[in-house]
Design a protein around this ligand. Structure first.
Ligand SMILES: *Cc1c(COP(=O)(O)O)cnc(C)c1O
Length: 409
């Protein structure tokens, strides 16, 4: 194995900023102490800003994102309820499998992997069938690098006069690309700590609308650990029904501060810029994306098809062993034909160039005919002009400060 750190380019867990890691290095504390709400109450309030959910609330569970998927369903629906879902990647597939296992009556529309939510099919089902209680969408399908238009799903529901709750998986989108829980009428929005929030894995967050809180009152599905009612009773005064991961809460304080300091619009713009550079690099290498059309291109993860005869798992193996780079593997249906570059969380242009450089070497070693440097050069071109445009926007052109040119040592 070569020397040095392993570069993490998977779409979660993402890189944890040093400040967040340090913030989590705290002595253990009493989670029932009188001063504990001073830490937690501002976290609940600030998470609502991240979800853009003013009237509802946000729960935090000690679980991976999958736990919040289950919390969303088990707190608001009843066994046998009819729900509308679609599958176009591993994560939308898994949520549909969970809904079935929890006893829902699932109408599941299968699309090609690489496409997004099928709006026309949703419109047809919702118009024809008024018994549908829940509509589910994976906002950013991490397996294929596909982002779906959630506002459009809400419009389809409203046009059909659907009373259903809107469930959205925002695990690999929240805090990285625009997400507007209230404006889009999202009733349940699921996320996890290890993606855009730049924390270690182990905590999930669930944004809940006022309508979903009302639905909770009449929902009879079995639940205990994930119960909204238990959470509300304790969260309202700054506590939890059981022991929360206290170091993680300190990390969350720090990551929220970092996000607010940069500014959410700037965070979203940065993710768009980074992703665009990666896409230009991929295209300059003559490779295509798993996402089938630009409307679906994800700004948090790029899934790349390897050329005919080149095993994408081999690209990932070479990347890891020879170049200390972790790429996301192709999952399930696209195993062997797709590998992924995750570009969400704490990263910048130069890190994305490193990802492309390592991908080029790994692809070439795996037998792909790629021109070394072509992807990097295309991304460099784009990053240079995007950076110049950004500077001109923030500030009129000026000399760079002397100390930042790195001349003296
Ligand atoms: C990461 C991810 C999840 C959650 O996975 P966990 O391993 O349970 O945290 C769910 N949906 C999407 C789209 C994801 O990217």
């Amino acid at each position: 194995m070569p020397h040095g750190p392993t570069h993490l380019f998977i779409p979660g867990p993402t890189n944890v900023p040093d400040a967040v890691r340090r913030a989590m290095n705290v002595p253990m504390q009493d989670h029932r102490a009188p001063d504990f709400p001073e830490l937690t109450l501002p976290l609940f309030a600030d998470l609502k800003k991240i979800f853009a959910n003013e009237a509802g609330r946000v729960f935090m569970y000690p679980s991976s994102g999958t736990g919040a998927w289950e919390a969303a369903i088990s707190n608001t629906l009843n066994r046998g309820d009819r729900v509308l879902m679609s599958r176009f990647g591993q994560f939308s597939h898994l949520w549909a499998a969970m809904a079935t296992r929890l006893g829902l009556d699932v109408i599941c529309i299968d699309r090609e992997w690489g496409e997004g939510v099928p709006l026309e099919d949703y419109a047809r089902h919702l118009t024809e069938d008024k018994s549908i209680k829940g509509v589910f969408v994976c906002h950013n399908e991490t397996a294929t690098g596909v982002t779906s238009d959630i506002a459009a799903v809400r419009r389809v529901m409203d046009a059909a006069d659907s009373p259903a709750l809107l469930f959205v998986d925002a695990v690999s989108s929240l805090a990285s690309i625009p997400f507007e829980q209230e404006a889009w009428g999202v009733d349940l929005a699921v996320t996890g700590s290890q993606k855009g929030l730049m924390l270690p894995p182990g905590m999930s967050m669930l944004g809940v609308s006022a309508k979903a809180l009302a639905a909770h009152q009449s929902s009879t599905m079995q639940r205990c650990y994930f119960s909204f009612a238990d959470m509300i009773r304790t969260n309202d005064v700054g506590y939890f029904p059981y022991t929360p991961p206290t170091p993680m809460l300190h990390g969350l304080r720090c990551s929220l501060d970092l996000l607010f300091d940069e500014g959410l619009p700037q965070v979203f713009a940065r993710h768009h810029r980074l992703a665009e550079g990666i896409r230009r690099g991929v295209s300059a290498l003559g490779l295509s994306l798993c996402a089938r059309a630009p409307q679906w291109y994800s700004d948090t993860v790029t899934a790349i098809r390897t050329p005919e005869g080149v095993d994408s798992a081999e690209v990932c193996r070479i990347g890891f062993h020879r170049y200390r780079t972790s790429f996301g593997a192709g999952l399930s249906k696209v195993a062997g034909t797709v590998f992924r570059i995750g570009h969400l969380g704490d990263l910048n242009e130069v890190m994305c160039l490193a990802a492309l450089a390592s991908a080029e070497m790994s692809l070439a070693d795996a037998g792909a005919k790629v021109e070394l440097g072509a992807g990097v050069a295309a991304a460099q071109d784009y990053y240079r002009s995007a950076t110049a445009a950004l500077e001109a926007e923030v500030d009129p052109p000026r000399e760079l400060p002397r100390e930042s040119t790195g001349g003296a040592s």
